[in-house]
Design a protein around this ligand. Sequence first.
Ligand code: SF4
Ligand SMILES: [Zn+2]
Length: 139
Amino acid sequence: MNITRMNRQAAQAADPLPLPGRLGREFVTMQRMVHIWCRDKHGGDVHHHGLCVDCSDFLAYAQRRLEKCPYGEDKPTCAKCPIHCYKRAQRELARDIMRYAGPRMTLRHPWLALMHLVDKVRKVEHPMALRRRSVERVD
Ligand code: SF4
Ligand SMILES: [Zn+2]
C-alpha cells in the first residue's frame, strides 16, 4: 500500500475533513493527541466531540493554521518549522500536548506515530526560498 493511500485512509478514519492528503493526516494526528491530552487532563466533554471547550478551540485553531500553512503538503512538522505561525500561547500548548501525548500515540495509533517520525526527518525549506518559489509561481 502506498503512502498517499494510507494518508487518505487515516484521514477518512476521523471526522470528515476539508484538508487534503498529508495535511488531513497531520490534522488527524493532532486531533488524536488533543483527545488523549483532554481526556487525561480535563476529563474530556461529550458536548464538544469528546473535548473540553478550551481543547476544542485549540484544535480549531490548529486546523486553521494547517489550512493556511505556506508549505502546503510539503510542510515540516510544526515543531521544526522556521516560520512557526502559531501565537505564543497556542505554541506552548501544542508543545505540552505533544510532549504528553506523543509517547502515548505509539501504542494507540502506531501508524500515525510512525508517519509523524517520518515527517520529522523531512528537509525544511528556508522561509525565503519558500517565498521566492511562491513569487515565481505567480509570475
Ligand atoms: S507552524 Fe509552520 S509548518 Fe506548522 S502550520 Fe505553521 S507554517 Fe505550517
Ligand atoms: Zn481539554
